[in-house]
Design a binder for this molecule. Structure first.
Ligand SMILES: NC(=O)c1ccc[n+]([C@@H]2O[C@H](COP(=O)([O-])OP(=O)(O)OC[C@H]3O[C@@H](n4cnc5c(N)ncnc54)[C@H](OP(=O)(O)O)[C@@H]3O)[C@@H](O)[C@H]2O)c1
Length: 290
């Protein structure tokens, strides 16, 4: 099997390179090597590599900046996934893609299921939802994995930011009224590899995902707030700043976020036997690597 990974230097893309390596030949393309804002470049790269599986880990993930660059966010998050799906169909390949809890508005107050109505509150959320729809509109074998609050030992993320701020500041003021599930990039990559491996045991990934593919939620078990997440991070550090919970209104940002975006992960457990550990457990493991 030949696998093409986009966004190979991102949090998830980097972990995917490692997790998918035992399953086949991996072609890992960074942003510099393949720009998803360039439709022709996507088609050319896919036709040249002719993979059996495309894993799209690239995305315009700057949630606040997206409010100022909606066209670029739409090209990368909304349009490119549809082009990848068309190319996958042409190659009889499968497409694995990641989406976000930010497709929801947060008003449900209970874990969101795949069948729940979407209503993004930000440009980022809206463009990611457009990407899901663009893939679904193409009749290719695909898997869309909606996840949440991704962090890892590498890249730009909340974990690394909190560790830095804890070293630099006496007090950390962190939002305590947004609820979600912090999910380790390595867990996402390993769950993806497990699904791919299961599919390979039963034929090609494309054959299998044509039957069992579609939209799935995949996030860590449990839930917390950004304040709870930050507190758990700094508790493991050398210097303990004063931790102050604040509200979303105390810390205005350009993009609105859902107040509650916990995902229900039962469907992926039922179909693929995958359940990610509690967020605190994975955080502990990730911190041990730092
Ligand atoms: N991060 C989260 O909290 C979160 C939450 C829910 C869902 N997700 C989803 O999970 C997936 C993986 O995200 P992640 O956390 O790994 O994000 P990430 O660390 O920001 O990685 C995204 C990668 O995409 C690349 N990229 C950006 N624009 C691109 C373009 N035009 N063409 C090609 N590559 C481009 C980035 O490269 P540069 O850095 O060089 O631009 C980066 O390497 C994405 O689909 C994201 O929407 C993420």
């Amino acid at each position: 099997m030949k696998v093409l990974i986009t966004g190979a230097n991102g949090q998830v893309g980097w972990e995917l390179q490692r997790a998918l390596a035992p399953l086949g030949e991996v072609v890992a393309l960074s942003h510099a090597q393949l720009d998803l804002a360039n439709a022709d470049a996507i088609r050319q790269a896919l036709r040249h590599a002719a993979p059996d599986l495309i894993v799209n880990a690239a995305a315009y993930t700057a949630v606040d900046r997206a409010e100022e660059e909606p066209a670029l966010a739409q090209a990368v998050n909304g349009d490119a996934p549809g082009i990848l799906a068309e190319e996958a169909q042409r190659l009889h390949a499968a497409l694995v893609h990641y989406s976000t809890d930010y497709v929801f508005d947060g008003s449900k107050g209970a874990p969101y299921e795949e069948i729940d109505a979407t209503n993004p509150r930000s440009v980022y959320g809206a463009t990611k939802l457009a990407g899901e729809k663009a893939i679904s509109a193409v009749d290719c074998a695909h898997l869309i994995l909606r996840t949440s609050w991704v962090y890892g030992a590498r890249g730009k993320n909340f974990l690394l930011t909190m560790q830095r701020l804890a070293r630099e500041r006496e007090e950390l003021r962190v939002v305590d009224d947004q609820h979600g599930a912090p999910t380790w990039s390595r867990m996402l990559a390993e769950a993806t590899a497990s699904i791919v491996s299961q599919c390979l045991h039963q034929g090609t990934v494309a054959d299998r995902l044509r039957d069992k593919g579609g939209l799935y939620h995949l996030s860590a078990a449990g839930q917390t707030t950004w304040f709870g997440f930050a507190s758990a991070i700094v508790a493991q550090g050398e210097k303990l700043p004063r931790m102050t919970p604040i509200t979303t209104a105390d810390y205005p940002l350009p993009a609105a976020r859902p107040a509650y975006s916990v995902l229900a992960n039962d469907k992926i457990a039922r179909h693929f036997g995958i359940r990610l550990p509690d967020w605190q457990h994975s955080l502990g493991q990730c911190l041990e690597l730092n």
